[in-house]
Ligand binder design. Sequence first.
Ligand code: GDP
Ligand code: MN
Length: 349
Amino acid sequence: PNNTVATNDDLDNVKSKAAAKKPTKKVKATFVTLARNEDLYDLLGSIQSVEDRFNHKFNYDWVFLNDVQFSEEFIKETTKSVSGKTKYGVIPYDHWSTPIWINRKQAEEARMDMKKKDIIYGDSVSYRYMCRYESGFFYRHPLMDEYDYYWRVEPSVKFYCDVDYDVFQFMQDNDYEYGFTVALREYIETIPTLWDTTKKFLKEHPKYLAKDNSLEFISDDNGETYNLCHFWSNFEVAKLDFLRGKAYRSYFDALDKSGGFFYERWGDAPVHSIAAALFLNKDKLHFFDDIGYFHGPFTNCPLKEDVRIKGRCSCDPKEDFTFNPASCINQYYKFKGLKKPDELAVYGF
Ligand code: GDP
Ligand code: MN
């Protein structure tokens, strides 16, 4: 203690004091979850995972949205589990219903037809409301107004590795607008006319196509057809201005008017993904290869040894979907010119 020679501890102290002095303003960001009251306990598992692996250090807020009032139990249980502020919003009727321009008979026939074909959620009205809401409305909820970035979380997901850095700060510092962990192919039966509707929109609004876009990621024939690759939207870390912007807004309105959320079963994942690929320059996209993540039935389990050690990952790398032939991350790496992890030689296909 009375030693005049500075120890490593002292030096560390000086450094951390200097770091503390640097004015760092916390990014305006929130987690966001759309959920039913009955999703509560599956959601608490997701919250625990997010908090233990990331948010206990950063205490970001969490916005919960629902088409009906949240129960007192839901509010009490989630409030005690989130380290940041929690906010609860009800969705306005117009954002969670069948718009007047939809032909109800045609929509019902489409649902019956999809049920016969055994298409997942093919006969569900509420699933369609959910997909339409996540596509076009969640970011317009007044509770989202004060934020610049969001991280979407669903019930029953898991985070497998510690995330020691501030993910939102990282998005902001790198000027990223859309971050993802899993990419795969959509069932064509759910979106037969989505690409044609998109092409029509682009023809009418060519100015929205970003110069340095990612068309190559979503089309193998220069835009003639959609290769069905999309980012899995149950995990998203993104900038709200991307969705609030004119390009996305008018794209969503065109899709919504066409009726495909009801006459087909368009998912919010291909809608967000096509928009991110077309309206953003490719350097705005970020693949989080270090965020171990599970949403049934797929896992992003980091293969890189240094990531696994630093993050204390608890997943089995043999179960990683990232470089499976069915995963679109392969296409993504190719088009971005990224180098796949060396560990693929051990765990790969
Ligand atoms: P999947 O991941 O495509 O199988 O769909 P999920 O059942 O996980 O639903 C996606 C998200 O929307 C989840 O966060 C659900 O909690 C939420 N969700 C789905 N349907 C409804 C609904 O009818 N009402 C509300 N409030 N949330 C819903
Ligand atoms: Mn889900």
